[in-house]
Design a protein around this ligand. Structure first.
Ligand code: SF4
Length: 394
């Protein structure tokens, strides 16, 4: 990650190199194939959250018109820019700020907030902004979805060529896509190791280990990283080394992590001998449909079949599969105050799932970045009571 950020920092200083900002499940492969150095503002926002800098910075974005009720990735990131404070300079000596973009690209597959967030920065830096507009609440993925998204991907090429100064080369795209697919397959295998009893990894580990799958997919470095991680996890399985001592309960986390409480939450579950083994969140960077032989259509499918893009019916089918695969005893739904897009507990889903599967659930209130939306005491007592409930069920 350090190499990645230093590389971006030096690309900004080198006038022959171009930097593109991209949403986390945006068309990174197209950008890389055109030689762009790709920066992901969401990764920066997650760093603002996990370093607990976000809560103090959000009000500065509120002051320029962005409500405290909307995405706290957006508000923390704009606040951080306005205050000229970044966790990058704390983590990586010599980096003074976020990398200035030459172009900004987003995909609304996750939400509309990225569009507003990225537009604010496009105006600020006076750079072009390009968007992919994805269908939302998708039930079955049809040819018309694939046609429309793959055409939008193709339409990016011409303006991006002008900005990068490079000519689009289909073989380059195929190469990048093949590396992204390898990264995705390895990342899936890493996460799937958690189906072992006891699990060698937790969701909280996953939120850190996912970094390269987000910011370095499409590169050999990400592939090498996950090969190493996978072999370490396989070794742990062979030696019966568990992430949580005496694992008694296996839980699933739906929704965003609470970045500023990763350690506290990890320790809380650990003390209860409960392992949060899997999550929708970490699984969101698995793109099994990528196929270098059919790059545009396969990217259109992979970026549309994501959990966050789908209808409740499809989401429920997916969660049932996860419950079986990871041998889940209980589901935790995080109702993130500022991210309704990645919150699935507000329209009866936990109750429907419990009725159909018999697996109990707990809805926790909080937020990804704004710690004012979280009561630590309430979170702790709710989790402890939930574990007792699971104990009683045994
Ligand atoms: S999905 Fe949620 S956290 Fe991510 S950018 Fe959209 S609103 Fe923000």
């Amino acid at each position: 990650m350090a190499d990645y950020y230093y590389e971006l920092d030096s690309a900004v200083k080198d006038k022959t190199k171009k930097v593109a900002w991209c949403s986390s499940v945006g068309p990174a492969e197209i950008l890389r194939s055109l030689g762009f150095y790709v920066y992901f503002p969401e990764n920066h926002s997650a760093m603002l959250g996990s370093s607990r800098m976000a809560t103090d910075l959000i009000p500065y974005a509120n002051a320029v018109g962005y409500s405290p009720e909307i995405c706290s990735y957006l508000t923390a990131d704009i606040g951080s820019y306005l205050k000229k404070i970044t966790p990058l300079s704390k983590a990586y000596v010599g980096i003074k700020g976020i990398p200035k973009p030459d172009v900004i690209v987003f995909n609304t597959n996750q939400c509309r907030d990225v569009q507003d967030w990225f537009n604010w920065f496009a105006k600020e830096f006076r750079v072009p902004i390009l968007g992919i507009y994805t269908h939302r609440g998708v039930n079955e993925i049809t040819d018309s979805h694939i046609q429309s998204i793959s055409q939008q991907f193709k339409d990016l090429i011409e303006p991006l060529e002008k900005i990068s100064g490079d000519t689009f080369d289909l073989n380059n795209l195929k190469k990048v896509l093949s590396l992204s697919r390898k990264c995705s397959d390895l990342w899936k295998k890493v996460l799937d190791t958690a189906s072992t009893i006891p699990s060698p990894i937790t969701f909280f580990d996953g939120t850190i280990q996912m970094g390269p799958a987000v910011v370095l997919r499409g590169t050999q470095k990400a592939v090498d990283y996950y090969k190493l991680l996978l072999s370490e996890l396989q070794e742990r399985i062979q030696n019966n080394i568990s992430a949580v001592d005496n694992e008694r309960f296996r839980l699933y986390w739906d929704g965003m992590p609470i970045w500023g409480r990763l350690r506290a939450h990890s320790e809380l579950f650990y003390k209860q001998n409960a392992c949060v083994v899997a999550s929708t969140y970490c699984n969101s960077w698995i793109f099994s449909s990528f196929n270098e032989e059919d790059p545009f259509k396969s990217m259109a499918r992979a970026y549309t079949e994501l959990f966050i893009v789908r209808s409740d019916e499809e989401k429920e089918k997916y969660l049932k599969k996860m419950i079986d695969f990871f041998k889940i005893d209980g589901l935790i739904f995080h109702d993130a105050k500022t991210c309704p897009n990645n919150t699935n507990s507000r329209y009866g889903m936990p109750q429907r799932l419990e009725k159909e599967t018999g697996i109990p659930n707990l809805v926790v209130n909080g937020d990804l970045n704004d710690l004012r939306c979280l009561s630590d005491e309430q979170f702790r007592t709710n989790v402890e009571a939930f574990i007792e409930q699971l104990e009683d069920k045994r």
